[in-house]
Design a protein. Structure first.
Length: 415
């Protein structure tokens, strides 16, 4: 019964996306990206008999989480072709030319026929799902073909359906995984309580990724000139709700401080509106030079792709999304070592919870709270900075744990 309801839900989801696609660009990308997928996949895989390792990421965030494992697998098993699939346009459209995958495409909708046909065409030898991927029909098709499936960087919470009395349909999905590598001890205990024992506490591969990003940071001369040896607050992925707190804070802060603001989405009209609300001088990155940038107090980033490198210049960070949309990456600033601020809705983000417990990160509800908390760190930020940097350093290594399990499966099953 539950299987039938699930399949009906998948069909209804596709139907709704088709309805809104003419009016919604992301829905249109979702639909168009899956057209004639069998022909596209057959063409990409034809003429090559090398074994295939399939990695699936829901969106861009999960891809970044899985990227260290993809690259470690590529280095350790160069004879494999790597297939990378995405559910969301936010992942595919950004990473469709990623160099360490041989084939990149949207994951076809999880219907029984799609799943069976996809697995039959790909013939994967090993499958990796990242964090939150529990596609019923794909899992069934892979199990029917005796393909080992790994779930890594997973995290489980008591309120999830797996752990409810009526959650047997979802609990059964977990039995399809050859191994599950989780982020924390709570996840281990929750899974073992429902008799899922093929579990390893490995940590979160995002720590490995942010360490990679930090080591490969790019110099940004305009940002360096803008800082001009003054204390710098870097605002990452700001939404309007974040700016409602940040603008009064910036206007009212009366000590030396430069501010770089990277919006979550680049909207020219919105950036100009925020600039008008500021009482301090501002400039857009696209209009700045190394000569003019130091004259401004606020630098708005109006491009995509440089945020992770901007943190190298920061003394403080404010990370957006924790008022409503979902907190963005707090590990990137943490790896450079600085106090981190964000909104109140962070409890679903383990790294944010940890950093708050470590007194390296500080949630705020209002501009007044941000002002008080920021002032407390302004003159004495070294301790929180060291705590955030140490937190990242001691959690690096999850990728190595995943690769240990891969090596065991390769040896055991002679993949």
């Amino acid at each position: 019964m539950f299987s039938g309801l699930y399949n009906t839900g998948i069909l209804a989801y596709q139907f709704l996306l088709r309805l809104v696609a003419p009016f919604n660009p992301k829905a249109r990308q979702w639909i168009n990206g899956r057209r004639n997928w069998t022909d596209a996949l057959s063409k990409k895989l034809s003429g090559n008999t090398s074994p295939v390792a399939w990695f699936h990421a829901a969106s861009l965030g999960e891809f970044e989480q899985g990227r260290p494992v993809i690259e470690a697998f590529r280095a350790q098993y160069p004879d494999y072709r790597i297939l990378l699939t995405f559910f969301s346009p936010s992942g595919y459209e950004v990473q469709k030319n990623y160099k360490d995958a041989d084939c990149i495409m949207y994951l076809p909708a999880d219907t029984p026929s799609n799943a069976q046909q996809f697995v039959s065409l790909v013939k994967p030898k090993l499958v990796f799902f990242i964090k939150y991927e529990f596609w019923h029909n794909y899992l069934n098709a892979l199990q029917a073909n005796h393909v080992p499936i790994l779930l890594f960087s997973a995290i489980f919470r008591p309120n999830q359906l797996f752990f409810k009395p009526y959650g047997s349909f979802y609990r059964n999905l977990l039995a399809h995984f050859a191994h599950i590598l989780v982020q924390n001890q709570e996840s281990v205990e929750l899974l073992k309580a429902i008799h899922v024992n093929n579990v390893t506490l490995a940590g979160d591969t995002r720590f490995d990724r942010v360490a990679q990003v930090a080591s490969a940071k790019q110099e940004i001369p305009i940002a360096r000139a803008f800082k001009d040896s003054q204390p710098l607050l870097v605002v990452g992925s700001a939404w309007p709700d974040d700016m409602n707190v940040l603008i009064p804070f910036v206007n009212g802060f009366d000590k030396s401080l430069k501010v770089i603001i990277a919006p979550h989405e680049i909207n020219d009209a919105e950036i100009e509106q925020w600039r008008r609300q500021l009482t301090k001088s501002s400039i857009r990155f696209s209009q700045a030079t190394e000569t003019t940038a130091p004259n401004a107090d606020v630098l708005f980033i109006d491009n995509i792709g440089m945020l992770s490198s901007l943190y190298q210049y920061g003394n403080f960070a404010f990370i957006g999304g924790a008022f409503k949309q979902g907190l963005h990456n707090v590990l990137e600033p943490a790896t450079f070592g600085m106090p981190i601020f964000f909104g109140p809705d962070y409890s679903k983000f383990q790294e944010a919870v940890d950093l708050v417990d470590e007194e390296a990160a500080f949630p705020v509800n209002t501009a007044d709270e941000l002002m008080a908390t920021f002032n407390s760190q302004y003159e004495n930020s070294l301790l929180a900075a060291q705590r955030s940097r140490n937190y990242v350093q001691r959690n690096i290594g999850a990728t190595a744990q995943v690769m240990k399990v891969v090596k065991h499966l390769v040896s055991e099953r002679e993949i």
